[in-house]
Design a protein around this ligand. Structure first.
Ligand SMILES: Cc1cc2nc3c(=O)[nH]c(=O)nc-3n(C[C@H](O)[C@H](O)[C@H](O)COP(=O)(O)OP(=O)(O)OC[C@H]3O[C@@H](n4cnc5c(N)ncnc54)[C@H](O)[C@@H]3O)c2cc1C
Length: 510
């Protein structure tokens, strides 16, 4: 029997969250789909590994866009609609902010959050709530407009707050609320999840981030992020998708400006009408298209014009005592020596010492995360790709251990306990680990940076012009919705929708 069929409707390169979301949606519409994944298991960054008999989350701190049972947000709803049943656990707090002069734990719920900020910075309740409500209004508009595009006039009539704030940076909008610096600092910790300083970050992005995480809270799967990818892959196969592991796609085959298939590293040439790529456009347009002469100059110009967002450096530990015994009291701690996001963004260009850390103790959302009497604790920073590109192979081990030591020392000082004395297992993930494991361009986990010139609103307007090769779509953190696991799912759906729309158009033209 032949390994591959003669022809597929769609080939998806990469069996992680984005690619699997595309596959699920296409299979639901009866399309013949092949997923090629270079690893021996699905998930990409949404994975876990085992050390000393303990399963350890590789990446996920918290998922956005899940929402509570009975009122699921778009990612939670999509997974349910596709028949992917995830055992979601609610994260108990928004975050603990450990900033100069501030040690505050804040909880989700717009009013709760505003009250807690007010308790720390009296007299700010009304203003903070008004700002959060504005975020929520913009969030609702973005969700509606991403499904129902409308004319500018209609948009102005129906989505006034969205239109009025769309051209402004986060800092410009926050400034209009005249909030004391301390209150502004308490609103800022999540900035690292979108990775741009507030003077350059479009307010729309901040609004979506805050309304989603603060308005509805965040979630994690009971069996780690790999629960999502494994169940998505299982469901996709049950719906007829062919998934082949250990199949690295080397080339995307193009003729006369149109995709006709792929070639794997093993030499198989497989044919399809459409290809959806998880590999970054940078990689695709510079080395995967065959022949390279099919790549229009505009495509190269586009990838060169975009700024890569952040990568990750994470120290993940299993500790030999419970969190309470070690004095770790929160699920999530954001700790910095300033909350000046521009200064922190500059700091992320280097190789440390890093001034802004985000720590997670999974046991507070998931008591089963580790065996009784132990806990998991990770310390993460999200550097820019620039600095890490300068590390030579000879220096790599030294730099990696120095950075990890700095982060562990910082948090040991904070908790007043030497975390290194309690390590049962420790794993250090660097930008190189991410690049090596997923193939992501420069190890970038968040795609392209959101800036005032290039963000979701602008990208929606230029999306059509950026289709340089017929039948080629992209699905990954590098697409319109941007960073993170939730947006990766949304991006995967969008790629599938583009394919389905094009199929319909061609069918109608016959
Ligand atoms: C330490 C860390 C913490 C994070 N925390 C969070 C968090 O708390 N919340 C959140 O939302 N996000 C978080 N993220 C970011 C998030 O993990 C990513 O944005 C998201 O998982 C990207 O998903 P993806 O589907 O785009 O791609 P990836 O997960 O990068 O997967 C790409 C897939 O494509 C495959 N592939 C690539 N090229 C080829 C090829 N040529 N042939 C075959 N297969 C190929 C890869 O093997 C991989 O499986 C974190 C990331 C890290 C590293």
């Amino acid at each position: 029997m032949k390994f591959y069929k003669d022809h597929y409707d769609v080939i998806v390169i990469g069996g992680a969250l984005a690619g699997l979301s595309s596959a699920l949606m296409l299979a639901e519409k009866g399309k013949d789909v092949l997923v090629l994944e270079r690893h021996n298991l699905p998930g990409g960054i949404a994975t876990s590994f085992v050390r000393g008999g303990i399963e350890i989350e590789a990446a996920l701190h918290e998922m956005m866009s899940i929402g509570p049972e009975g009122n699921r947000l778009k990612v939670g709803k999509f997974l349910e609609d596709m028949g992917v049943q995830i055992d979601w656990l609610k994260v108990p707090e928004a975050y603990h902010a450990s900033l100069p002069g501030l040690e505050v734990t804040l909880h989700p719920g717009l009013e709760t959050f505003a009250k807690e900020v007010d308790a720390e910075v009296p007299g700010t309740y009304e203003k903070v709530l008004k700002l959060l409500n504005l975020c929520h209004t913009v969030f609702d508009s973005v969700n509606e407009l991403s499904i129902h595009p409308m004319s500018k006039v209609q948009m102005l009539l129906k989505h006034e707050a969205f239109v009025k704030t769309a051209g402004y940076s986060t800092q410009e909008v926050i400034d209009t609320f005249d909030l004391p610096q301390k209150a502004q600092d308490l609103l800022a910790p999540y900035w690292i999840y979108v990775g741009t300083g507030f003077r350059t970050l479009p307010f729309t992005i901040f609004a979506v981030l805050m309304a989603d995480y603060i308005g509805y809270g965040s979630y994690i799967p009971h069996k780690f992020s790999h629960e999502m990818s494994l169940k998505m892959a299982e469901r996709a196969e049950a719906m007829g998708v062919q998934i082949e592991y250990r199949q690295h796609v080397d080339k995307i085959l193009v003729k006369d400006g149109k995709v006709y298939g792929v070639r794997t590293a093993r030499g198989d040439e497989i044919h399809a009408d459409y290809v959806i790529s998880a590999a970054y456009p940078n990689k695709v347009y510079t080395s995967m298209i065959e022949p390279l002469s099919e790549v229009p100059k505009k495509a190269i110009k586009m990838v060169n014009g975009r700024r890569l967002s952040l990568t990750a450096f994470s120290v993940i530990m299993i500790l030999d005592k419970s969190a309470e015994e070690l004095g770790i009291h929160d699920y999530s701690v954001f700790r910095g020596d300033t909350m000046d996001t521009e200064a922190l963004y500059q700091d992320l260009a280097g190789l440390g010492p890093y001034r802004y850390l985000t720590c997670i103790c999974h046991n507070y959302a998931n008591p089963d995360a580790t065996p009784e009497g132990t806990c998991s604790f990770s310390i993460t920073t999200l550097p820019r790709v620039d600095g890490w590109k300068t590390v030579s192979a000879d220096d790599y081990d030294r730099v990696k251990h120095e950075v990890a030591k700095q982060m562990i020392d910082d948090m040991s000082k904070y908790y007043g306990v030497n975390l290194l004395d309690h390590v049962l297992e420790i794993v250090i993930e660097t930008p190189m680990t991410v690049a090596h494991y997923t193939g992501m361009w420069n190890g970038c986990i968040y795609g392209y940076a959101h800036t005032m010139e290039d963000h979701i609103v602008a990208r929606l307007q230029t999306a059509e012009e950026e289709k340089f090769i017929e039948g080629l779509e992209f699905a990954g953190a590098h697409q319109i919705s941007g960073d993170g696991m939730g947006p990766a799912v949304t991006n995967g759906r969008k790629a599938a929708k583009n394919v389905l729309d094009d199929m319909k158009k061609k069918e109608a033209a016959k």
